[in-house]
Design a protein around this ligand. Structure first.
Ligand code: AMP
Ligand code: MG
Length: 426
């Protein structure tokens, strides 16, 4: 068997993250497909979406009230003759033209009549049969959205690489796109390792542990826009691990969980070494998750070269994630996500940290950057954060009590209550 990758490189969190981001920047999705609008929710757009008409297509009244000529309101209160009522959806032919001294009742979303240049809110008026008294002046343009003020016909509203979130779905619907071209979801092979791990429908012996990592990772992959491919559990034995890694290399990305620590039976790195793997890092100065591994294997081991279109990548990237369930979840969010997002077709998002006031003192050790499961709470703008009760990286239930991670810099062994700390949302 090949030796462990040399030299082993344990990077700072920031260096490891930048390295992943640099690789992700060069990754592209595999293909495109046409999907129904709602089927595409959460996927990444592979074509531009253009305005098929002007937005708004007519001068749109933005308040319930009276369409007026602003110049008629020089002296207040002003009394105007009401010449009609314009409802949303009113046909152009039915809309009267406003002459000086006239007003028209208008509803939100209705076309402002020719001759009008503003809408006075109904709250500032008083109606008496065919007349209306206006108590408040408006400037020309007030409460009317001019034709094409939001977008001109032909203008690009969404670009390839946009995630189809609910706002993007609204845009696509507005321009009449019931089908959209999206990038195919990347296939992400998930391989949990460990002699003690049994699958969830097998009754575990006392010293066996049910496989939760395959399922948490699959859920994280789905949420990040990928399609999980669940492989069978690999025992701590090189031959079977080799077979399953080869199978995992058929996918666009391979995630291994467990078997990356320093134990005698932690075989993931040596077996990947047999695949001529390049290792970019073999650890990061973080807790949980220090043994995390990132690298790539040349294609052609698992995939047959002749089956690959010429545009296929020359490598399959892999992550070896530590097997403790909390470590597996955290390292996915910190490192795997950008690679997956790039393979899904979007520009990977940067990690965004918030600041919050710490509710209770934290004592820890220096040396590692810590991402500790925590609870962000508070009333309106007054946000506080506290650690979730947890019993270490194996405490799978602790994550269900947390909605974020508190980030503790490696040089701090104590943070006092009331201090401002960095928070990474889950
Ligand atoms: P390892 O990273 O292989 O040293 O495993 C670290 C710890 O995580 C051990 O206590 C394992 O039993 C546990 N573990 C490893 N893989 C899984 C898994 N798929 N599901 C749940 N726990 C796991
Ligand atoms: Mg193990």
């Amino acid at each position: 068997m090949a030796a462990l990758p040399e030299p082993s490189s344990v990077l700072s969190f920031e260096d490891a993250r930048h390295l992943v981001e640099d690789h992700a920047a060069h990754l592209r999705p595999r293909g495109k497909e046409l999907v129904e609008l709602l089927e595409g929710a959460g996927q990444i757009l592979a074509e531009p979406v253009l305005a098929d008409r002007n937005f708004p297509p007519f001068p749109r009244g933005m308040r319930d009230g009276y369409a007026v000529r602003a110049a008629d309101l020089a002296h207040l209160p002003a009394t105007l003759e009401v010449i009609g009522e314009i409802k949303a959806g009113a046909r152009t032919d039915d809309i009267p033209t406003l002459q000086p001294g006239q007003a028209a009742a208008i509803m939100t979303g209705a076309p402002a009549p020719p001759g009008s240049d503003a809408v006075v809110m109904v709250e500032h008026t008083s109606r008496d049969a065919a007349r209306v008294q206006i108590m408040k002046a408006v400037a020309a343009g007030d409460n009317i959205a001019p034709i094409a003020s939001e977008a001109k016909r032909g203008e690009r509203l969404l670009s390839p690489g946009a995630r189809l979130d609910y706002a993007a779905i609204a845009v696509a619907a507005s321009v009449g796109r019931s089908r959209l071209l999206v990038y195919s979801k990347p296939k992400v092979a998930i391989l949990s390792t460990g002699d003690e791990i049994v699958d969830i429908d097998v009754p575990p012996a006392v010293t066996q542990i049910r496989n939760s990592n395959t399922y948490s990772l699959a859920a994280q992959v789905q949420a990040a826009g990928g399609e999980p491919v669940l492989l069978p559990i690999a025992p701590d034995e090189p031959a079977r691990l080799r077979e399953l890694i080869a199978e995992g290399c058929e996918s666009d990305l391979l995630l291994l969980a467990g078997g990356v620590s320093m134990g005698k039976y932690d075989l993931v790195e040596p077996v990947l070494g047999e695949f001529q793997a390049e290792f970019f890092f073999t650890g990061a100065q973080i807790q949980p998750g220090k043994p995390v591994v990132f690298g790539r294997v040349p294609c052609g081991r698992g995939r047959l070269a002749r089956e690959l279109p010429t545009s296929s990548p020359a490598h399959v990237y892999f992550f070896g994630l530590p097997g403790n369930p909390v470590s597996t979840m955290v390292t996915f969010e910190l490192f795997v996500r950008p690679v997956l997002e790039a393979l899904a077709g979007m520009t990977p998002r940067k990690l965004v940290f918030l600041k919050a006031r710490l509710k209770a003192e934290i004592k820890t050790k220096t040396g590692l950057k810590r991402f500790l499961p925590a609870i962000l709470s508070g009333e309106f703008e007054d946000t506080e954060v506290e650690l979730a009760a947890w019993h270490g990286s194996g405490d799978v239930a602790s994550m269900t009590r947390a909605n974020c991670y508190v980030v503790i810099p490696p040089d701090r062994d104590r943070i006092a209550a009331g201090e401002s700390v960095a928070v990474l949302m889950r």
